[in-house]
Design a protein around this ligand. Structure first.
Ligand code: ADP
Length: 629
């Protein structure tokens, strides 16, 4: 019999299949099963208008047969079947529209990704099989046909025997090699797992003879004897949870689904089950986990939702469905509207996925907002686990996504002694308060003792205590919140002085010019500048960073990226009203040597207050002892 050649594009794809070092070879089963399911859909549809069909939906099933000796797996269906012409047309060609061309320009790696995600149907069988035989009888015809191909060489078609309409796809597995263990696809448990993983929600039963063991009927209770037998078992659960009506699903069912699907034994904090109709219809079942996985804040952590199309899993983690700031969400999305045909442009997926992703984004935000407003305790637990991710989200890409997350952020309120949202901060602001004050540092206890915090508190102004590395970047990215600007109370002008008061301070500075120069010269390179401040309350001195910077940022950079760490300029602020500063002033004229020691001492104090390490703690101790004598 003469071999027919595959059409050009088909041949190219076939080569790709056969030669790919493709790691997800296992998806071939999903593809073949999906075809069987489609064929049964077609027959069921025909039955609606043709009462000759004589087969009801309940009779439709897929059967999988393994033959270890001959190394074959057979997937059989009693669907619509194919005529000879259809076999030639459908199995001899793929991508009838010919737009496979676009793939030609792609890197091999990307091609492989497409196969993994969206499949290329029937041809994927050649990833694992050295030869594929299709026996099919079209519904309504008398003759069955057999199509055989061992890959690149082409195929043959001849007449065959088959009782009823339907199709058998018989795959003879390739020999095992070092990299490809094809025999695994002959194992019962492997096939069972693959069906569970990829085809669990196919709407028709997928059956396979499975081996079982039972107690022999005539064996005694104390000395039971067992016998092996086989039984045709349905391996898929057919109706996915997300396709069911919300009111018919018990909370426990949602939770056990979550547990089994995502291997998380902690109860999810929230379950979001919804469907959307419109340009793209889809159903989604999403979970906000109760706890962060141990590797959540590492590079290894993946983000994404499982993507299904009509019950068939096409992607384990579809990144495009979930934004980075909500990447803690786990779940499943199912849409019939996704075109899985590789012959259509990938762009199309992108557009559909974008619509779904937008919808999902809105839902998650609404759920978190509701939790924040109505169930604060749960929200705080959630925030403890994933708050940092939300803050990263506010900061990432120069704040591109800040609108989605800014209302969801919490920070520690100094006056209220608890976590509050920015909205709550602004709403509680004093009438004459213009700015949102914050101070960055390592611990709340230390921050609470900063002179600036004390000064603000006296004015009745709250201060947010920032103790997370990322916190300080948030104001930089938000710029304003509810039209209020942010103020780093340790480095920026608190804005509390009237013009009059400012003029007074300027005059004082002018008056004490010589004194300030003396202190600066004494301290030399240790400080960039010495100046007066009227914001220090009961404290004599403070060390503040040069404009726009902060000491916390300096420490942070040193930790994460020492190469790019930069020293932040230190500015020593003196409180002219304080006794210690006055003492220094007097010493300058009476005993300049002592005055130098005083200046040094106050500089060290300022450093300690700002949580900065002393360069030379021994010298400091010596100095204190000297002055005590
Ligand atoms: P796709 O399913 O994306 O169209 P495939 O390469 O998987 O691409 O299949 C090509 C065509 O072959 C199908 O569209 C269908 O018409 C036909 N076909 C494949 N498997 C079967 C089957 N089990 N029963 C009937 N027709 C089938």
């Amino acid at each position: 019999m003469e071999k027919q050649q595959f059409k050009a594009e088909s041949k190219r794809l076939l080569d790709l299949m056969i030669n790919s070092i493709y790691t997800h070879r296992e998806i071939f089963l999903r593809e073949i099963i999906s075809n069987a399911s489609d064929a049964m859909d077609k027959l069921a549809y025909t039955a609606l208008t043709d009462d000759q069909v004589g087969i009801s939906r309940e009779d439709l099933a897929i059967t999988i047969t393994r033959d270890e000796k001959n190394r074959t797996i057979t997937v059989s269906d009693n669907g619509i079947g194919m005529s000879r012409e259809e076999m030639e047309e459908n199995l001899g060609t793929i991508c009838k529209s010919g737009s496979l061309n676009f793939k030609q320009n792609m890197e091999k790696k990307e091609e492989i990704d497409i196969i993994g995600q969206f499949g290329v149907g029937f041809y994927s069988a050649f990833m694992v099989a050295s030869s594929v035989t299709v026996i099919s009888k079209k519904y309504g015809e008398d003759t069955a046909w057999k199509w055989v191909s061992d890959g690149a060489d082409g195929y043959t078609v001849e007449q065959a025997q088959r009782d009823a309409a339907g199709t058998d796809v018989i795959m003879t597995l390739k020999e095992d090699t070092e990299d490809e263990e094809n025999s695994r696809f002959l194992q019962e448990y492997e096939l069972r797992n693959l069906i569970r993983k990829y085809s669990d929600y196919i709407r028709y039963p997928i059956r396979m003879e499975v081996s079982k063991s039972r107690k022999k009927a005539d064996s005694s209770e104390d000395q039971p004897e067992y016998e092996n037998y086989t039984e045709l078992e349905t391996l898929n659960s057919m109706v996915p949870l997300w396709q069911r009506n919300k009111k018919d699903v018990a909370e426990e069912a949602y939770h056990s689904f979550y547990r089994e699907k995502f291997f998380d034994y902690n109860k999810p904090a929230r379950t979001i089950h919804f469907s959307a109709e419109g340009t793209v219809s889809f159903k989604a079942l999403l979970y906000i986990p109760g706890k962060a996985p141990y590797d959540f804040y590492t590079k290894e952590a993946k983000r994404g939702l499982q993507l299904y199309s009509s019950g068939v899993m096409i992607m384990e983690t579809c990144e495009d469905l979930l934004s980075e700031h909500f990447r803690f969400v786990r779940g499943v999305v199912d849409s019939q509207d996704l075109s899985l045909n590789i012959s259509r442009e990938m762009l199309q997926h992108d557009r559909q996925l974008t619509i779904i992703a937008k919808n999902i984004e809105k839902k998650i935000k609404a759920e978190l907002t509701a939790m924040l407003e109505n169930d604060r305790e749960s929200y705080e637990t959630f925030y403890e686990a994933f708050g940092r991710q939300l803050k990263y989200g506010a900061v990432a890409n120069y704040g591109a996504h800040k609108a989605s997350v800014q209302d969801l952020l919490l920070f520690w309120s100094h006056t209220q002694g608890k976590l509050i949202s920015l909205k709550e901060y602004v709403e509680a602001m004093a009438e004459d308060q213009e700015k949102i004050y914050f101070v960055p540092g390592e611990s709340r206890e230390r921050l609470a003792k900063l002179p600036q915090v004390e000064t603000l508190k006296k004015r009745g102004f709250d201060v947010l205590l920032f103790t997370d590395d990322v916190d300080e970047f948030v104001p930089q990215s938000l710029m304003t919140y509810m039209e209020k600007s942010f103020c780093n109370a340790t480095s920026e002008d608190l804005g509390l002085r009237s013009e009059e008061e400012k003029r007074e301070l300027d005059a004082k500075t002018e008056e004490l010019k010589g004194f300030l120069t003396f202190v600066k010269e004494t301290l030399g390179e240790q400080v960039k500048e010495v100046r007066l401040s009227a914001d220090l309350g009961s404290y004599p001195v403070a060390m503040v960073p040069d404009a726009g910077m902060s000491f916390e940022m300096e420490k942070y950079m040193k930790r994460v990226d020492p190469q790019f760490a930069f020293p932040v300029g230190r500015i020593l602020e003196l409180n002219p009203e304080h006794e210690a500063v006055k003492a220094l002033q007097n010493a300058m004229t009476e005993d300049p040597l002592k005055a130098k020691d005083y200046a040094q001492l106050l500089c060290c104090q300022a450093q300690l207050m700002a949580d900065l390490p002393l360069e030379d703690p021994a010298a400091y101790t010596e100095l204190v002892c000297k002055l005590m004598k």
